[in-house]
Design a protein around this ligand. Sequence first.
Ligand code: SF4
Length: 180
Amino acid sequence: MADQKIKVATCSLGGCFGCHMSLLDIDEALIEVEKHVQFDRSPITDIKNISKCDLGLIEGGLCNEENVHVLKDFRENCKVLVAVGACAINGGLPAMRNGIDVQDCLKEVYQTGYNLTTDIIPDDPEIPRLQEKVQPLHELVKVDYFLPGCPPPAPAFLELITALLEGREPNIDYPHRRFD
Ligand code: SF4
């Protein structure tokens, strides 16, 4: 492995953080990984702004305008960008709303849904606008690798990071290439 640490950034766009939980599931191997990796922007560090990085791991699809901004920022700053999990790769669960008009979604969530106590749809300018459709990452930027699964299993994360540290292509075993 390389002597110098590589810089890694991670973030969740329209995702549930399950992919991040799976990354942490590599358990004691994290101790070895930590010797070779310095985390930049990530929920692990709570750093909010990305700087130049070797690797960017992004979970979640593009649901709103802030997601689009963050993705472009990652693409600009990361040498290698990885779409992590079903939501980043094909929209996943958040994309289930794609067959419904976005205004109808908002009405259902805030006005007509069961047992609601408010009929106001929040529209503060600081709240990121929803996209009409949830999009996967590759529809907006070039993605270098796709790590499938919901979430991808921990050994798949470990192989991806190890391969990049060793300067070779990742080779993820078939049982760890999950599509559910
Ligand atoms: Fe969560 Fe699955 Fe989406 Fe990952 S792929 S963010 S685990 S719903």
